[in-house]
Design a protein around this ligand. Structure first.
Ligand SMILES: C[S@@+](CC[C@H](N)C(=O)[O-])C[C@H]1O[C@@H](n2cnc3c(N)ncnc32)[C@H](O)[C@@H]1O
Length: 268
């Protein structure tokens, strides 16, 4: 998630940006081992009336965040595939993919050790594991993965070029890179160049800002109630921006197009 301090992150060095985000996600996973909080993205709600994906009753509260995972991860058939999520956060998304989309194995990777400990404790599913690792130096052999999923995490990285190179290295020939994240609108050309320069073919490039804004608005009341009652002290004030609730900077910027949220389907 981003906040109105996005401008600050654009100005500081890549190394410092990485370190600040890492500290924040480490802190959140340690300080808030809240079992019900397993997703950390802004969500997705389609513009058109479509049949809602069937979920268990207890997963309904996470519907919009799950819909983002569903939209991105169903772009290709993951059945019986070796799938890795980079930036798996609190593990809800990797768990959803393993339980609903039937990959052979699902591995979540995150550089926040506390988030990995939380995820391994929280999501006990056969064939699902969470390991500690850095997006810019993936702890995986060459050509060992069929699909890499990456949702709302890459804006934290020091070098997008290094990350995309690592994804290309670990994918088997023909493997898929399923990507979604937000950027300032003027940064998209550079993103395209980075994907192509690493050797990826762009199968799909889809602007989903509107669908993300729909979700931010639909989930507003739940998020405010859930987080404001749990979070204390200094975090309370910046929290609304971090969460992307209605009226927050990030909600406004996505709504007016200064920031854009894209989904890419890439193939090695
Ligand atoms: C906004 S959260 C999204 C988490 C998850 N994808 C979701 O949608 O719920 C971003 C995640 O990326 C992780 N992350 C940031 N930089 C990373 C890096 N260099 N390597 C691995 N994980 C990283 C953070 O620790 C955090 O868990």
């Amino acid at each position: 998630m981003l906040s109105n301090i996005f401008a600050f992150f654009l100005k500081i060095s890549p190394g410092l940006k990485r370190a600040v985000w890492k500290k924040l996600y480490q802190y959140l996973a340690k300080k808030y081992p809240t079992a019900e909080w397993t997703y950390m993205n802004y969500g997705y709600e389609p513009n058109d009336q479509v049949a809602p994906i069937p979920l268990k009753a207890e997963e309904e509260r996470d519907r919009y965040m799950i819909q983002l995972y569903h939209h991105v991860a169903t772009a290709v058939d993951l059945t019986d595939k070796v799938v890795v999520e980079v930036g798996s956060g609190r593990g809800g998304g990797s768990s959803y993919i393993k339980r609903y989309l039937n990959p052979k194995t699902m591995t979540g990777i995150d550089y926040a050790l506390n988030a990995i400990a939380f995820s391994n404790k929280q999501h006990s599913v056969t064939g699902l594991t969470f390991i500690h690792g850095d997006a810019e130096n993936l702890p995986l052999p060459n050509a060992s993965v069929d699909a890499v999923v990456n949702i709302e995490s890459s804006h934290c990285y020091g070098s997008m070029k290094k990350f995309v190179g690592q994804v290309h290295r670990v994918l088997r020939p023909g493997g898929y890179f399923l990507f979604a994240d937000l950027r300032p609108s003027e940064a998209i050309d550079e993103l395209d160049t980075t994907f192509r320069a690493a050797g990826f073919q762009v199968l799909k490039k889809e602007l989903i800002s509107k669908e993300v804004v729909n979700a931010m608005e639909a989930i507003h009341e739940y998020k405010v109630a859930f987080f404001q009652s749990r979070v204390k002290g200094w975090l309370k004030k910046p929290l609304n921006n971090f969460l992307g609730v209605k009226g927050s900077n990030i909600h406004k910027l996505l709504d007016n197009g200064e920031m854009v949220y894209y989904h890419y389907v890439l193939q090695k």
